[in-house]
Each structure stands twice: as structure tokens, then as C-alpha cells.
Design a protein around this ligand. Structure first.
Ligand code: FVH
Length: 294
């Protein structure tokens, strides 16, 4: 009798940078892995590692009880999965495509209506980090049992973090974490542009910037959380009136140094509004409450 594979079969749809890293991790963990990509040539490197390339998305879906999807957008996911609804029935779809909470909830409703177990996910890693200790993936979905049934398999990709039965939660956590990252990226870009405007090399400035940002992160992230949750924003450290008055210096310096200020200009409006609404003595944590629309 031929030996049975010890690990359960998995299908991966979408072999971009991330999908390819996911499929490679599954292969490395010993899972028989069927792969499909819109541009078929991308299956080549994975086939060389032992993956089974499928000619069609339907063939790929039919090859495994767990179907992992990682495309550019959820519009693409919907377009890909809808024609395969009958083949997907009774299987679990784990969608690791970046999207919004509303898109995840819509896909989950569609899946439920077609007898498909749907788990949404948010990958907190770049492809090179997949299957390394620093990486984790957020998951949510109405069918926690389906997630638990595949938890061991999904652990081959990155540490799994279940965040709840509302299918939109993984995307909400994902986008919230990435919001923090993009804020950092904007700050780093503007800081290097400013220091570089006088010919100082980014590499020379980097240690100062890194240490400053690390110290601020350690203070601001937990400090703001405490203030927001307690609803107490009064501060004796760095109030909004002072920040409002100092902030024009930044925009002026960007202009003086020949830089664009459009990334940072809108923040002045928020500081002005905070002070105009009577929050001048509060700390920057007050801004969280001013970001709600309406
Ligand atoms: N790469 C990263 O660092 C981040 C880390 C966190 C998670 N993101 C999200 O992962 C999704 C995929 O990202 P990616 O890096 O793999 O992206 P690409 O290398 O550009 O590959 C995109 C694949 O999607 C396929 N595709 C696009 N549209 C469709 C469609 N309508 N139907 C079928 N497939 C589609 C594309 O196919 P092809 O162009 O090769 O034919 C690629 O396989 C993404 O949500 C990130 O935000 C990555």
C-alpha cells in the first residue's frame, strides 16, 4: 500500500509574492499543495519544490478541503470564487487578501449562502517573514470550528491569532496595525527628506531617528491607550495648544528647505480644530476622539 501523506492537502489560489511564500511554507511543512495562478507561469518555481499545478481554479479547489486565497484585492477574490461556488461547497476558504471589514463580511455572507466555511485573514508579515518566528496572521470568521480544524495547517504559515467570530475583525485589526505602520513610514520619509535637504546622509541620521521613534513608541502607544480608554486627556507634558503653535514651524521649514509639505499639512487643521473646540490643555490623545466623522 502506498504511504499516505501525514499532512492534509491544501490548495493555494494566487501565487504573487505572498501566495508563493505561503505555498512554499506549506510544502516545506509536508502538505501536499495544489497551486493555481491566473498567469500560469508562476506555478513553475513551486512545482519544482513539489507543488501540484492545477490547470484551472476549479481543479485546484477540488483538490483540497482547505483553499487559501491570496490575490491583490477582494474584487479579484469575488470574481474568482463566485463561478466555483458549487465546487467550494463543504470546503473551507481562508482568504488572506488584504481588504476592508465590510468586504470580509460580504464575502462571508456570500460563502455562508453557498455552504462554504469562510475565514478571513490579515497577514502581519512580508513574504520573507512567512514561516519565521516574527510573523503572525490574524483570523476571524463566523465558523470558529472550521478555523480550529485547520489551525495546525495554518500554523505552517505563521503563528495564527484568532480575533473573533465577526468576519470583519481580522481586516479591522490588520488595517489598524497597518495604519500605525503607514504613519511611521510617512514620518520616516519626511524626516529623511528634511535632514537630506542639507546633504546629511540618511544612513548617518538613521540611528538617531530609530532611537527617538522607539522611545516615542514606548511612551505614546501605551500612554495614548490608557488616556483613550479612561477618557482622561488632560496633560502636564505636551498639550495641544503648545503643539498647535509649534506645528507651523514644521510646515515652514519644509517649504524653506524646498520640500513638499502635503503629507503633514492636514495635521495643522486637526490641531487647530482641537484648540478651537476647547481642548488646548489636553494631550495628543484627545485627537483620537476628534477623528470620528459627524
Ligand atoms: N507582499 C507583502 O509584503 C504584503 C504583506 C501583507 C499582505 N499583503 C497582501 O497580500 C495580497 C497579495 O500580495 P502579493 O504581494 O502576493 O501581491 P502580488 O505579488 O502583486 O500578487 C498578486 C496576485 O494576485 C493575482 N491576481 C490579481 N488579480 C487577480 C484576479 N482578478 N484574478 C485572479 N488572480 C488575480 C495575481 O495574479 P497574476 O497577476 O500573477 O496573474 C497574483 O498572483 C495583497 O492583498 C496584499 O495587500 C502582501
Amino acid at each position: 500500500m502506498p504511504a499516505q501523506p501525514a499532512q492534509s492537502p491544501v490548495t493555494v489560489l494566487g501565487l504573487g509574492l505572498m501566495g508563493s511564500a505561503l505555498a512554499a511554507a506549506l510544502l516545506k511543512a509536508g502538505h501536499p499543495t495544489t497551486v493555481w495562478n491566473r498567469t500560469a507561469a508562476k506555478t513553475g518555481p513551486l512545482a519544482a519544490q513539489g507543488a501540484i499545478p492545477a490547470d484551472t481554479a476549479r481543479d485546484a479547489v477540488e483538490a483540497a478541503p482547505l483553499v487559501i486565497v491570496c490575490l491583490t484585492t477582494n474584487d479579484g477574490v469575488r470574481g474568482l470564487l463566485e463561478p466555483e461556488a458549487d465546487a467550494l461547497k463543504g470546503r473551507t476558504v481562508v482568504n488572506l487578501t488584504n481588504g476592508t471589514p465590510a468586504q470580509a463580511r460580504e464575502l462571508a455572507s456570500w460563502a455562508a449562502a453557498h455552504g462554504v466555511a469562510y475565514v478571513d485573514g490579515g497577514i502581519m508579515a512580508v513574504p520573507q517573514m512567512i514561516a519565521t518566528p516574527g510573523a503572525y496572521i490574524l483570523y476571524s470568521g463566523a465558523d470558529a470550528t472550521a478555523f480550529e480544524a485547520h489551525r495546525a495547517t495554518l500554523s505552517a504559515l505563521a503563528a495564527p491569532k484568532w480575533v473573533g467570530e465577526d468576519p470583519g475583525l481580522a481586516a479591522l485589526y490588520d488595517l489598524s496595525l497597518l495604519t500605525g505602520m503607514y504613519g511611521m513610514v510617512m514620518g520616516v520619509a519626511q524626516a529623511y527628506a528634511l535632514i537630506g535637504s542639507e546633504g546629511i546622509a540618511a544612513r548617518e541620521f538613521a540611528p538617531l531617528l530609530r532611537d527617538w521613534m522607539a522611545a516615542m513608541t514606548d511612551a505614546v502607544v501605551p500612554g495614548t491607550a490608557e488616556a483613550v480608554d479612561a477618557g482622561r486627556h488632560l496633560t502636564d507634558v505636551s498639550n495641544l495648544a503648545m503643539n498647535r503653535d509649534a506645528y507651523p514651524n514644521f510646515l515652514q521649514a519644509y517649504a524653506d528647505q524646498g520640500l513638499r509639505g502635503d503629507l503633514f499639512a492636514p495635521f495643522q487643521g486637526l490641531l487647530d480644530r482641537a484648540v478651537d473646540e476647547g481642548y488646548g490643555a489636553d494631550g495628543l490623545s484627545r485627537l483620537v476622539t476628534l477623528l470620528k466623522q459627524g
